[in-house]
Design a protein around this ligand. Structure first.
Ligand code: ZN
Length: 198
């Protein structure tokens, strides 16, 4: 099977809002005994502090996805620093957890071989590891969620990376993903992937 001897980490970007989608996602994760990681936007944490705390109290990792979702690869270093620092500060103040990872919006400047030097400098200064993903679910594309056409594309991506044994699977905090998550987790387990903690 596709996932024999292999593991996945589930990760969710652009939270903590919408709150109803987040609540549904964390409930599904609990029912399936899965711990995930959430890359949140500082400006949403400031508006929805309770939702940010929910991520942490339910046992998931909260990580940095910038303050306002700019393209960090084209932003000047001062702007990158401001985006990441503000987000670090609000996440720590709100949840008590200080992020250790940054996933740059759009993956811009974060992929191996294309690391943006200014982003790398700022991340290093803030003790943040730059991460991207291995599987792009494209859950944000219409029709939003993890329907059959997305599953086919995800299966193809797993098959194309035969030598990789651990995968980070990118999703987003949104209604369609929340709706389809129970069946997606079942699918991953049918493929025999081990869903592990980040
Ligand atoms: Zn994003």
């Amino acid at each position: 099977m596709l996932g024999d001897g292999k593991s996945v980490v589930l990760s969710f970007d652009d939270g903590p809002a919408p709150v109803s989608a987040l609540e549904s996602i964390v409930n599904t994760l609990k029912e399936n005994e899965v711990k995930a990681e959430f890359y949140v936007l500082g400006q949403e944490v400031s508006r929805f502090p309770e939702a940010a705390r929910m991520i942490v109290t339910r046992g998931h990792d909260i990580q940095n996805h910038s303050w306002s979702h700019p393209n960090l690869a084209t932003a000047p270093e001062r702007g990158v620093r401001r985006e990441l620092e503000r987000s670090q500060r609000i996440i720590e103040e709100t949840t008590g957890m200080l992020p250790t990872k940054i996933r740059p919006p759009y993956g811009a400047g974060g992929f191996r071989g294309h690391i943006d030097p200014e982003l790398a400098r700022v991340a290093r200064a803030l003790s943040l590891t730059i991460v991207t993903w291995d599987i792009d679910t494209e859950d944000w594309k219409a029709p939003q969620g993890l329907g059959p056409e997305k599953i086919a594309y995800i299966e193809e991506q797993f098959a194309q990376q035969q030598r990789r044994v651990s995968f980070n699977v990118l999703m987003h905090v949104q209604a369609g993903t929340a709706r389809d998550l129970p069946s997606f987790i079942s699918q991953l387990r049918q493929w025999r992937f081990d869903i592990v903690e980040p």
